[in-house]
Design a protein around this ligand. Structure first.
Ligand SMILES: Nc1nc2c(c(=O)[nH]1)N[C@H]1C(S)=C(S)[C@@H](COP(=O)(O)O)O[C@H]1N2
Ligand SMILES: [Mo]
Length: 351
């Protein structure tokens, strides 16, 4: 049998690679916001696109294997080799993560490595396409052979993703207890004993509670300010913190309900967003209805929050990913519109 009849044409493989990488980038970035099970499809799509790439990449590499010889190493070829190595490493680290792998890279781990390698693929690919891009023709993508081949590749991708969980369960790997986000459990219910993480570079000195206060500002009729001993653990909430670097931790948090603070400050009718600002300049907003239900925690599982976890006050935002749980909160600012600058602030605060 001629196996080539079961594989896409060379051009269709190239286009398949491009579409897979674009899908992986889009869904990979979008996983930052997959807080609820309703968004689990984003992670599923990421995984299936990954398997598709595992199938297509060897086809491509096999086809071009003769082009790379030590005596013909032009710049575009070196770049192609780098791209192939990086894409392979990104796929390998992703698969290794799924099957419970770990890696100790100082402050980083396997998941960070996967994200780093993955984010490097699109720029390398764009650069590669500067030399190699061909505009598609109808023949490139159409044709019975390509349609049948891609139906097969996608089915294989979906099936592989479907069976990885039973395989993980059967082998009892550390990948077995992943949440739908891909995160693995760490330190749940055990007070401050869970990982301390910064989104980029935040690492403030411990906050002195005598100098700290919480201000409620913006679109409120009665701006207010609270000293450390005025915000106590009045309300409690069971909530799960799911960090985008691959771990989650579930705790009972105690503190003040944001809605109570907003009522006391008398938020006006135009108020639509509530921004939580850290002593470091790190900040994030929630729609006011959601913010009302959120908690500003002073305690975790009956322990006073430690400095690393945001003492004296940190946001607990159920169903939101960890980077939105602002630590060392010193101000809540009520506004009509969301501040665009917070997107920049989370990346540069602490630098
Ligand atoms: N001010 C501030 N708050 C922050 C961060 C940060 O870098 N600065 N990191 C966020 C991220 S990425 C996560 S996952 C959680 C981690 O909380 P933890 O360190 O208590 O585990 O805090 C969030 N809150
Ligand atoms: Mo995080």
């Amino acid at each position: 049998m001629d196996y080539r009849r079961l594989t896409p044409s060379p051009r269709a493989v190239d286009w398949g690679l491009l579409v897979s990488v674009a899908t992986l980038l889009a869904t990979g970035v979008a996983t930052m916001f997959t807080g609820t099970p309703a968004t689990a499809w984003v992670v599923d799509l990421h995984a299936v696109a990954g398997v598709v790439l595992v199938v297509l990449l060897p086809m491509k590499l096999w086809r071009v294997r003769h082009r790379v010889t030590p005596d013909r190493l032009t710049a575009p070829r070196v770049l192609s080799v780098l791209l192939a190595v990086d894409a392979t490493a990104a796929l390998a680290t992703g698969a290794w993560w799924i099957f419970g792998g770990t890696l100790d890279l100082g402050p980083w781990g396997l998941f960070h490595l996967h994200v780093g390698l993955g984010l490097l693929v699109p720029p390398l690919l764009l650069w590669h396409l500067r030399y190699r891009f061909h505009t598609p023709t109808r023949r490139t993508v159409g044709g019975r052979r390509n349609v049948v081949a891609y139906a097969g590749v996608l089915t294989a991708g979906a099936l592989t993703w479907r069976v990885q969980q039973p395989i993980n369960d059967l082998l009892g790997t550390a990948g077995a207890d992943r949440r739908f986000t891909g995160s693995r459990e760490d330190g749940s219910g055990d007070g401050n004993q869970f990982p301390v993480t910064s989104w980029v570079a935040d690492d403030p000195d411990p906050v002195d509670p005598r100098e700290w206060s919480l201000a409620v500002t913006g679109r409120v009729r009665t701006p207010s300010e609270y000293a450390a001993d005025e915000v106590g653990p009045a309300a409690s909430e069971d909530a799960l913190l799911d960090c985008t670097s691959g771990w989650y931790s579930e705790h009972e948090w105690r503190g003040v309900r944001v809605g109570d603070l907003l009522d006391a400050a008398d938020a006006d009718e135009a108020a639509a967003w509530v921004q939580f600002r850290s002593v470091t300049g790190y900040r994030w907003s929630l729609p006011i209805e959601e913010a009302r239900e959120a908690l500003l925690a002073t305690h975790v599982d009956d322990e006073r929050l430690s400095h690393g976890h945001g003492f004296p006050l940190r946001l607990v935002a159920p169903d939101r990913r960890g980077f939105q749980w602002v630590k060392w909160v010193t101000e809540i600012r009520v506004s009509k519109r969301r501040e665009v600058g917070e997107w920049l602030a989370i990346f540069v605060s602490g630098l």
